[in-house]
Design a protein around this ligand. Sequence first.
Ligand code: PLP
Length: 458
Amino acid sequence: MNLPFTEPFKIKMVENIYRSTREQRETWIKEASFNLFNLRSEQVFIDLLTDSGTGAMSDKQWSEIMVGDESYAGASSYYKLKEAIKEITGFSYFLPTHQGRAAENVLFSVLVKEGDVVPGNSHFDTTKGHIEFRKARAVDCTVDIAADTSTFHPFKGNVDIEKLEKVLISNPADKISCIIITITNNSAGGQPVSMENIREVRKLSLKYGVKLIIDSARFAENAYFIKLREDGYAGKEIRDIVAEMFSYADGMTMSSKKDAIVNMGGFIGLKDEELFRQASTFNIIYEGFITYGGMSGRDMNALARGLYEGTEFEYLESRINQVAYLGTKMKEYGIPVLEPFGGHAIFIDAKKFLPDISKEEFPAQTLAIEIYLEGGVRAVEIGALMADRDPVTRENRFPELEIVRLALPRRVYTNNHMDYVAASVKNVFDRRDKIKKGVKITGEAPIMRHFTVKLERI
Ligand SMILES: *Cc1c(COP(=O)(O)O)cnc(C)c1O
């Protein structure tokens, strides 16, 4: 008999969580204006809102916390992190930032000008926010098959090379800030991008003289999928695959809260010294001096260690398999989930789950509310609320996909928790015919509204 794979760690410290009653949750969600971001964490039993900054650090990372160097300039923690980044990603120049969006803010302050276009596969919401805030335009060049939620394709996160070339041909190079590849493609369901695709994008970036930046939050999960699914990579080490991916880029922005398994942190990696010097000025203004940039020495230490742990095959195997465990359970119950399963989350197709709710009534948000009421499980909407309004016309944007994301924190929950989550969603699924009405907006911010939006049940 083959021995089953298991988590390559055991648990040394626990945090108790408490179940609530349905009546309590009814009250709390009303008080939260039907926005799950407004709930207190104690009001949540299993929190799958995000995999961002919610992971469990290892004993080795915690021990690194104790030996952090808090010197303002030139701290040993900075050099430890610089070395780790160089070793894992290959980038010689780096700037620490307090999180991923701060890295975007600093780098885009150099690269993105008013009137620019920024093509890529589905831009993450903060990425798009930083682009649109500068009155530039993010052009989504994701492959069409990403919108097909049931057909298997190994790399649904890919950039459509023809769509990208069209953008590159129809705009002068100085109007294109950069090309951004997001790995894995978060907004398209945590789907990976193939090495071949990154290589093709690189060819176009060189041909048209446009920089290629990798939005790298889940670069290790992407490398794991390349190893599993792409010809020629089965025998390669994760770290070699990672190094090859980054070798095709001019730079990277990183949210360390994802694959580097820390609770806070980010950085920019760059090949070019001149770009590094320009970005350094903005780093100092927005984040802090270039050898700490919004991070404590101890946190840079833990991050350096996290980069190594996050790129270990056994860890990635257990993580991605836990995501698949949850997805398989829900699929067995007949719940419409996106396939293939993504790296960090399971995505439910809300249009298929709640076909009677029109897009104007936000079916994915409606479903996320029902899942919370059912079992105290917190998920997040990725649909029309998150897609926001068109910056010019101010009309609501209705994306192809209305999905609910159940994101798994790293090294935090057991498969018993996954069974509980799947059962909660199944109970909603069994009573889906009785859910006839969605929600409407009663208050919203001008940009990135989904974080603070106020809603009412119709
Ligand atoms: C999380 C994330 C970001 C932003 O990072 P923060 O650390 O949350 O600021 C950017 N891009 C992608 C793909 C992400 O997943």
